[in-house]
Ligand binder design. Structure first.
Ligand code: LR7
Ligand code: MN
Length: 612
């Protein structure tokens, strides 16, 4: 018993420190008047420890932040008295944060700022100084600003905001930004769902406050902590609008945000439409416009990620930058959906707890069962991205076990053969696999006669980097050295998915950095959409082989010659070889010579599903 308890604690702690992923910060320059985001390149320093950085297809430096689950409860929230937690510190200062500008806290207040930071895991002191009605720049492109959305023909919407212990200033700024920047006739109501918050100011004071607003606002409450998924279902249940628009409790809507979302639905009721999610800086609340060059997808661990847009979407955007484009997955917090369609397509899996996975569940379900998920580039909404989670994950095992349970449900219901792959890559999820009961969701999938996951990969996300039956999947071993090709970065620490290509001792089968797919088109890809690349193959006498973001350029194409065991770089005709003397840290390309043992590679299949 005691041992068992201790193991849970150790595990809980390990999982706390172990990052599960959430946010992608795309670093962009300060919001500007007329932004052409198709050609920005940003120098970038990583400010935080738990981040990955890489250069994407267009040379854009992307920083991936990790979600640090709750560390040991109590220890991370120093000196937070009951009184402090329950006091509403909102006290706007003239001009603070106006036009989306950052708020600087003077040095003498640093201690208080740090103390308050722990309550919501963002700079609460800064947020409390900014008006709930603060102004923001119009971050839309010119083409968007000039567009007529024929508001009279658009369906109405119920805004649904679920929250658990949210700060007053961020919560009410969300509400006010919606009221201030939406055509009144489109706003049926705002529904605020309190997921068992403990703060006094979120009780009667909140109800009294919202009663005076110019739009009907309902506050509904769950007495028990039910999690964001069931909380949203509670909100949807009472909604009276034609459509539902979900928002996190720390957002700021910008001018013209709503029309593109609802107009997408007006054109086709089976669309689920998301805005571009801009960044509200968690340290100073600066509003930072983000790119329109990414779509949402996921990695081998079913963690949501932003990746560079697929080709079809890039082409479409060349014709019309205002048009919504398809995305394989949505981030989850911000989207509009027709109310009847929401229910028709199976609303949410109400057996998913607290946080995580529901965004992929809905994305797969909508795509595979006849709808689509899109991003409307003319709609911009800011969201406070945090580096860690402020609230508890109730129950045994905390954040990790809840998330793995949710994702095990997603995988079991929607992923077909790729469920085996997910569980193989994620032993923690495999351990709870048998505990989840998804019968109802399988019945739903069957009843709606949804497409299978193969269809989803082929049609919705052809750029994916998962194994398939017509791709090699496994290890690439160097015959002479015996070691395996490895993507840089060690799993479980902050890693950089771009960098040198190395050979390391081959380790356990499911060690992700040593697993690659080799596609029919000739790309050697691995998790996080990175590819074996030779960026200077055409310019250098001594080309280096690197692991870089997949870009579908010819220089990332390879062929394998079975008899000689050589891996040939298509563009240069050179062969993959051990490091040269000038660049000893990464593999090189050399003139092909079938007598050289240093050019022999063995592809070792790894079984990724029971059927493959
Ligand atoms: O138990 C809970 N009960 C709640 O009501 C836990 C959370 N919540 C509320 C919470 O107060 C907040 O308003 O649910 C909302 C989302 O929780 P966050 O803000 O902690 O989530 P997030 O922004 O870190 O996470 C993203 O992924 C989640 C997975 O379950 C949800 O889909 C979030 O809505 C989603 N947020 C976004 O998509 C915003 C953009 C992030 C990106 C990329
Ligand atoms: Mn959020």
């Amino acid at each position: 018993m005691g041992l068992c308890r201790r193991r849970w604690r150790v595990l809980g702690f390990a999982l706390g420190v172990l990052f599960f992923i959430l946010i992608i910060h795309i670093h962009v320059p300060k919001a500007q008047k007329d932004v052409t985001d198709d050609d920005i390149m940003i120098p970038l320093k990583s400010r935080h420890k738990n981040q990955e950085e890489y250069i994407d297809k267009r040379g854009i430096h992307v920083v991936v932040g990790h979600y640090l689950g709750d560390e040991v409860p109590g220890k991370t929230t120093p000196n937070l008295t009951h009184e402090l937690l329950n006091s509403n510190g909102y006290s706007p200062q003239p001009h603070a944060g106006e036009m989306g500008n950052p708020v600087q806290i003077p040095a003498w207040e640093a201690a208080r700022m740090q103390q308050l930071y722990h309550i919501n895991k963002f700079n609460l002191l800064a947020s409390d100084r900014i008006s709930v009605n603060r102004s923001l720049p119009d971050v839309r492109k010119k083409q968007c600003q000039g567009k007529d959305y024929q508001v009279d023909r658009l369906p109405s919407t119920s805004i649904i905001i679920v929250f658990h212990n949210e700060a007053w200033s961020t919560l009410l700024r969300t509400v006010h930004s919606v009221i201030n920047r939406s055509p009144r006739r489109l706003l049926k109501e705002i529904i605020m769902v309190d997921d068992a918050s403990e703060r006094d100011f979120l009780k009667k004071p909140l109800e009294d406050y919202v009663a005076k607003l110019s739009v009907p606002v309902r506050v509904i409450r769950s007495d028990v902590r039910t999690g964001l998924i069931r909380a949203r279902l509670l909100g949807a249940q009472v909604a009276q609008g034609d459509t539902l628009t979900f928002l996190d409790a720390h957002c700021e809507a910008t001018t013209g945000w709503l029309e593109p979302l609802l107009s997408g639905i007006a054109e086709d009721r089976t669309r689920v439409v998301c805005p571009i999610i801009d960044i509200i800086n968690d340290d100073n609340f600066q509003y930072v416009r983000s790119f329109e060059l990414h779509w949402g997808a996921f990695n081998w661990n079913l963690h949501f990620r932003w990746y560079a847009l697929g080709h079809r979407e890039v082409d479409q955007r060349k014709k019309d930058t205002t048009k919504a484009y398809r995305t394989p997955a949505m981030a989850g917090g911000l989207f509009s959906i027709e109310k009847d369609f929401f229910y028709q397509i199976g609303s949410y899996d109400r057996n998913m707890d607290v946080w995580g996975g529901e965004n992929l569940e809905m994305s797969f379900r909508v795509w595979m069962c006849g709808g689509s998920v899109e991003i409307a580039p003319c709609s911009h909404v800011g969201h406070v991205f945090r580096k860690s989670s402020p609230y508890t994950f109730p129950g045994k095992g905390g954040v990790g076990s809840i998330l793995y349970r949710n994702l095990a449900r997603v995988a079991t219901v929607w992923l077909d053969d790729w469920a085996d792959f997910y569980f193989k890559m994620n032993p923690e999820a495999d351990r709870v696999r048998d505990e989840v009961n998804v019968r109802e969701r399988l019945v739903l999938r069957n009843r709606m006669q949804c497409q299978d996951f193969q269809w989803y990969l082929d049609n919705v996300w052809p750029e994916h980097f998962l194994p398939t039956k017509d791709r090699f999947f496994g290890k690439i071993r160097h015959e002479q050295k015996g070691g395996c090709l490895q993507k840089p970065g060690i799993i479980g620490t902050a890693s950089q998915p771009t960098g040198p290509t190395v050979i390391k001792d081959c380790v356990i089968e499911a060690f992700q950095p040593q697993l690659f797919v080799f596609t029919k088109k000739g790309y050697i890809m691995t998790d996080e959409s990175v590819c074996l690349d030779a960026p200077d193959a055409s310019s250098s006498k001594d080309p280096q082989v690197r692991i870089m973001a997949c870009n579908e350029l010819p220089r990332q194409k390879w062929t394998y010659d079975e008899p000689s065991k050589q891996i040939r770089h298509v563009q240069s005709g050179l062969c993959l070889d051990l490091p040269s003397q000038t660049h000893p840290d990464t593999l090189s390309l050399q003139l092909c010579d079938s007598t050289l043992r240093s050019q022999r590679w063995i592809f070792e299949d790894v079984k990724w599903s029971r059927n493959q």
